[in-house]
Write a protein that binds this ligand. Structure first.
Ligand code: 13P
Ligand code: SF4
Length: 363
């Protein structure tokens, strides 16, 4: 979702990096206890250094929910993360996204209209009251509300298998969106047979499936994907295996099935950090996730050999829009008690989306 970002002006665009860093630090001090800066692990260092809390999407959502005393929450992540924070925080708290253009292309691949239409088509073939919808947290608040209303749950990359198990205990089948790959990797890990996993192709009648195939399916996957994690291939895994037999391969579950199955391990950003940081000195890793996190792990673990799985820079270019100048612009305005770029979810949507988010936090 590309929202309109106002021009912040030359006062911010023209500043050198060191000046921006100094000014952000000063504003942070001024705002003191009123301010909470949350940063996702894919954030660039020039912003990440100012985080009060860093994490994967699950950890950040939980932290936002726990910090009831912070009136200003600046979310250095992407739009859906700021929306989740707004849903989980109180009315007296403002959640801000420093650059409104920081969206997630995958989240935009499942709109409420498309999902509602698919549900209607499914209703002609199977009993939709026996389908449990599960949405990856990388989705709009409107999609989360749809899921809340239809007795489903949100999941993240660290709990997708647990949420899928919960859902399959409550219905005949799961409709999983928007990420085909996280859905397939989690379903396969649970031992669901490949023939019981079916792909729903947006824009095709019945998602391009026959009624019989849908009746047999246990897991129906929406065909959304992450443009960053799709850049890793099984050929990259083979390349590292041939180069160095000691190289361990770890990837994010948004990667394709063949990449995950060829790797030694897979996990959410938080789990990748734990695995690499906890490994013995001298360990060698090729990591299939966003480049800012891979570079940070390499810097923080000089006793290990750390590479990106791909020879190309796999950058989340929308997350990268959160630059120091936008962070400073938001903080400068907060000092004047002016809230810029507030992310608000309308109360009806928020109420239903919260049901789906709370279910996940309980599972
Ligand atoms: P995590 O849940 O691992 O933080 O992943 C979020 C995300 O957007 C990965 O692309
Ligand atoms: Fe979205 Fe992929 Fe960026 Fe994550 S890395 S925010 S899924 S585009």
């Amino acid at each position: 979702m590309e929202l309109q970002q106002v021009d912040i002006g030359t006062e911010f665009h023209a500043q050198p990096e060191d000046v921006l860093t100094e000014r952000i630090a000063a504003r942070k001090l001024e705002l003191g206890e009123k301010l909470l800066i949350l940063c996702h692990h894919y954030q660039q260092e020039s912003v990440y250094q100012f985080a009060d809390m860093t994490g994967d999407s699950l950890k950040l959502a939980k932290h936002a929910a726990a910090c009831k005393d912070k009136p200003y929450i600046v979310f250095c992540g992407v739009h859906f993360m700021a929306e989740s924070a707004d849903i989980l925080t109180g009315d007296n708290q403002a959640v801000m996204l420093p650059d409104l253009r920081a969206g997630c292309p995958m989240a935009d691949m499942a709109t409420l209209d498309e999902v509602s239409w698919a549900w209607k088509e499914l209703d002609d073939v199977v009993d939709t009251s026996r389908i449990i919808p599960v949405t990856y947290v990388n989705s709009s608040a409107a999609i989360k509300a749809f899921v809340g209303e239809h007795h489903g749950s949100v999941c993240t990359s660290s709990n997708a298998e647990r949420v899928l198990t919960w859902a399959l205990e409550r219905g005949d089948r799961v409709f999983f969106f928007p990420d085909e790959h996280l859905g397939r990797n989690s379903a396969v890990a649970l031992g669901i047979k490949p023939e019981e996993i079916i792909l729903w192709k947006r824009d095709l009648h019945l998602g391009g499936n026959t009624a019989d195939a849908l009746k047999r399916a246990k897991v129906i996957l929406w065909n959304g994907y992450c443009t960053v994690h799709m850049q890793f291939s099984a050929a990259h895994v083979r390349m590292w295996r041939e180069k160095d037999s000691e190289m361990k391969i770890i990837v994010h579950p948004e990667c394709r099935r063949e990449v995950v199955s060829a790797s030694d391990q897979y996990g959410s950003t938080e789990n990748i950090i734990k695995a690499v940081s906890g490994s013995p000195p001298g360990s060698k890793w090729a990591i299939g996730t966003e480049i800012n996190l891979v570079n940070r792990l390499a810097r923080l673990n000089p006793d290990k050999e750390i590479h990106s799985l791909s020879p190309f820079q796999c950058l989340c270019s929308t997350m990268y829009r959160i630059k120091p100048k936008y962070l400073l612009w938001v903080l400068d305005n907060l000092v004047k008690n002016e809230v810029k770029n507030q992310i608000t979810v309308d109360p009806d949507t928020a109420k239903l989306a919260r049901i789906a988010l709370d279910r996940m936090l309980e599972i």
